[in-house]
Design a protein around this ligand. Sequence first.
Ligand code: ATP
Ligand code: MG
Length: 434
Amino acid sequence: MSQSIQSVRGMNDILPGESESWEQFEETVRAWLRSYGYQPIRLPLVEPTPLFTRAIGEVTDIVEKEMYSFEDSLNGEQLTLRPEGTAGCVRAVIQHNLAAQRPQRLYYMGPMFRHERPQKGRYRQFNQVGVEAFGFAGPDIDAELILMGARLWDDLGLDSVKLQINSLGQLDERVKYRAELVTYFEKYADQLDEDARRRLHANPLRILDSKNPAMQDIIKGAPSLSRCLGAESMAHFEGVQQVLRDVGLPYEINPRLVRGLDYYNLTVFEWVTDRLGAQGAVCAGGRYDGLVGQLGGKPMPACGFAMGVERLVALMRESWGDPEPQGVDVYLVHQGDAAARLAPRVAERLRDEGLDVLFHCGGGSFKSQMKKADASGATFAVIIGDDEAEAGEVTLKALRAEGNQDKQDKKQKRVSVDQIADEIMNVFFDGDDI
Ligand code: ATP
Ligand code: MG
C-alpha cells in the first residue's frame, strides 16, 4: 500500500462541524462591511517579492524569516505567497488608479502565508479579513475603522475583546525617538536577545514589539514615544480619542504598541483578548500615509486593519460552540423504475421553489432510505414509489412532527406532483398540519 500524503505543517483543513462556524463568521462579516459602505476587492495570492520587501520593511519578522518566496522556474520571476494583504491592495490601487477620483473604502478576505512556528492560534496558512481606506487624511476615518471593530465583536457575540491604541507620530518624530531608544537599550546590551541585538541599530522600535517574555521588563522601562510627538501628531491622536469618547468606546493607550510592520504612522491600534492564551491579538491596524508614495503611487493618506479569522472563529466557538447543523427542507426517497424517472424532476421542481433538497442516491429499501432521511435532519420526506409515480403523486411525510407516535404516523399524505411545493410552503409558513 502506498503511504498517504498529509497536509503541510501549519496549513489546516477546516472540516464540516467547524466550517459552519466559518461560514457564519463570513456572512456576518460581509453584512457588517456593507453596513459601513466598504467594497470588496479580490487580489492575487502571489505577488512579486520586492512588493513585500519594500512595503513591509527589510528588518521585520515577516521579511527576515517568514516569507514563502520562490523563483518561478518557468520564467525566473521572484515571487512570494502574500504574508499580508495591505501591500497587494496598495499595489492594486496604484496600478488601477483607483483613488484618483474619490476616496476608496475596500475590503478583502482570504489566506495569508507566513513561515512561523505552528502553535495554537499561529499557523503557516491563516486567514485575514482586511479593511483599507484610501484618500482620507483626518482622524475621522481612523475612528471609523476602530468603531467598526467594536460593532463586529458585538455582532459576533464576543465580549472579551479590548482596544489598545497608540500614536507613532511622523517619521521625523520617530527619528528623534529612535535615538533615545538606542541609548536606553544600549544600557541593557548584555540582556538583549539575539533579535533585539540585531535590531538595536537597524530598527530599535521593533524591539518594543518583541514577544520574548525575558525581554518584557526591559521593554516596560523604555522611554515612551509620545514625548517626541509634535503638536500636529498630538492633535490627530486627540481627534481619534475624541470620537471614541463621544461614542463611549473604552480604550487603553499602550505606549509600547508599535506594530510589526514598517509602514505605519500616526494612529495604530490592536484588539486583544485574554481568552486565547499567548496569541491574544485578533485584529490590528493603523494609518500608513507613506506607503502609496513609497510603492510608486501619487502620495495619498491611507488607513486600515486586518483581523485573524482563525483566532476570531476560535473565540466564537469557545463562547457559543458550533452552530446546530442545519438539515435540508426535503429528503427525497424513491424506489422502483418509474419512481427513479420521476424523482429527479420532482427534486428540481422543489429547488425551483427555493427549497433545499437532499436526493437519495444509491438505492436500498424504503426502510433504509427512511432511516437516512431521519438522520439527515430534513424537515420532510418526499416519498415516491412506483404506485405514486404512476398516479403522478408523491407522499409527503413530516419528519420533525411534535407529539406522540400515533399523531406522527398520521402526519403524512399523498399529494399531486403539482401541489407538493405549495403544500410544503403551507406547512412552513402557515403552520398548517399535513
Ligand atoms: P502576532 O503579534 O500575533 O504575531 P502580527 O502583529 O504578526 O500578529 P498582523 O500582521 O498585524 O499580525 O496581522 C493581523 C492579525 O492577523 C493578527 O492580529 C492575528 O490575529 C492574525 N495573525 C497574524 N499572524 C498569524 C498567524 N501566523 N496565524 C494566525 N493568525 C495570525
Ligand atoms: Mg507576527
